[in-house]
Write a protein that binds this ligand. Sequence first.
Ligand code: ZN
Length: 133
Amino acid sequence: MSESVPRYWRENKVRERLIGSKCENCGKITFPPRKVCPYCKSKKLTEVELPKEGKLLSYSIVRKPPAEFEKYAPYAIGIIALENGVNIISQLTDVDLKDIKIGMALEGIVRKYREEGEEGLIHYGIKFRPKLK
Ligand SMILES: [Zn+2]
């Protein structure tokens, strides 16, 4: 158990960054990162760090999520236009559903995503919340 702790923290560090993949052939950026470009099918992709700030383009409210996300329901999944023009899909957090507005400024933060099994293995990932002024 003691050996797994450092690795656990290392992995968390990685997840604080928003990583996508950039196609060397057509230049398109995708998130989450992929092995094959969905636009031109090239396999020459490199990892790029994406900006963690953007604006809400649209969203939908999830009331009946998969079992593992049930305790977060209802929650909102948004399409977010990042500052570099890339659109990504992410869960919105720290906001009342009634306060969500198209065009609102958002920032990415690391949040607990889900817990697994009896050991309570916790996964972290990027969610977006209203940008603090
Ligand atoms: Zn491509």
